[in-house]
Write a protein that binds this ligand. Structure first.
Ligand code: GRG
Length: 303
């Protein structure tokens, strides 16, 4: 009942996702070769090339194409999104943060390389992401490249990912309100998705109205990403339940179903889908991005 209500035109969505993700993987592999000092590049590549759905880079390319740009123009920015996403996961997994041993089915970066290297690998990925957008973006006006870099900076720093993480850490063990939860998700998840589509649109030559439409669309799908994840946690098959829901109960992590009930959480998700679709209705050719909404609803590995 949370699937998009608009009829979707036929479009080989899975094929598009798979092809673009393959191109992104090739570009990432090329952007950060294994070179001296080997240890740091090995650690950077280990997490960067460890799989992952590549949602952010594909959204960046899709937004660029939506406004008339091509994949090549958006590729450095698309790679930057994945570098930043990866570094945030490396730091999030550290013993001083979530202290996780596994990520994407493999030992976490600090488990493989040690804490010092994991911190430095995150730092190096973060700084290189900005360098890469500035140095490798071709056939885009310098003014648009600078705007994209500014967008990225604000999404990552103390008004973005870092803000979400610090408020999340501070709220541990405390009663979390719906407002707190939304603040955490908007900053930890939506801001980077927003930067991905907005940078793609800016680089693709979008006018201001189009840029703001895709921004609002991204805000909706960022929250949707989390609401749906929370709903899936509750409604997972009983065999999976033992593995993850149990952990969730022990950690007493705040979720949408816990704070508003499962029915209201589903209604909230449906509202976000409608809002995202309304923003995309502005474009004649947004069928691809309409499909990304169903990607958000049913994460690609669960389709
Ligand atoms: C950004 C400077 C800087 C520091 C990091 C640790 C931290 C600050 C922020 C935490 C960010 C975090 C872990 C957000 C969660 C994001 C999220 C929804 C992850 C899951 O994304 P998927 O499903 O994962 O796209 P895959 O593995 O498919 O890429």
């Amino acid at each position: 009942d949370i699937l998009p209500k608009i009829p979707l035109p036929a479009f080989p969505f899975q094929e598009y996702m798979a092809t673009k993700a393959k191109h992104v993987n090739e570009a990432l592999d090329e952007a950060i070769p294994l070179q001296h000092p080997l240890k740091i590049h090995d650690a950077m590549r280990y997490s960067l090339l460890a799989g992952g759905k590549r949602v952010r880079p594909v959204l960046c390319i899709a937004a660029c194409e939506l406004v008339g740009g091509d994949e090549a123009k958006a590729m450095p920015a698309a790679c930057a999104m994945e570098m930043i996403h990866t570094m945030s996961l490396i730091h999030d997994d550290l013993p001083c943060m979530d202290n996780d041993d596994l990520r994407r089915g493999k030992p976490t970066n600090h488990k493989m390389f040690g804490e010092e290297t994991a911190i430095l690998a995150g730092d190096a990925l973060l700084s290189f992401s900005f360098e890469h957008v500035a140095a490798a973006t071709k056939n885009v006006s310098p003014d648009r490249v600078v705007r994209a870099i500014a967008e990225l900076g604000s999404a990552v720093g103390a008004a973005g990912l870092v803000a979400g993480q610090i408020v999340d850490i501070e709220s541990e063990g405390k009663q979390v309100t719906l407002e707190d939860l939304e603040y955490i998700h908007i900053n930890k998840t939506s801001k980077l998705l927003e930067a991905a589509v907005v940078c793609g649109a800016i680089i693709g030559g979008a006018d201001d109205e189009s840029t703001e439409r895709v921004r609002k669309y991204a805000r909706c799908i960022g929250l949707l990403f989390q609401v749906v994840d929370d709903i899936l946690d509750v409604t997972k098959s009983s065999e999976e339940l033992g593995k993850t829901a149990g952990k969730d109960l022990i950690s007493d992590k705040a979720t949408y179903p816990k704070l508003m009930g499962i029915d209201k959480a589903k209604k909230f998700a449906a509202k976000l889908v409608d809002q995202a679709n309304q923003e995309l209705a502005y474009f004649d050719t947004a069928k691809l991005l309409h499909y990304t909404i169903s990607l958000t609803i049913l994460p690609v590995d669960k389709i």
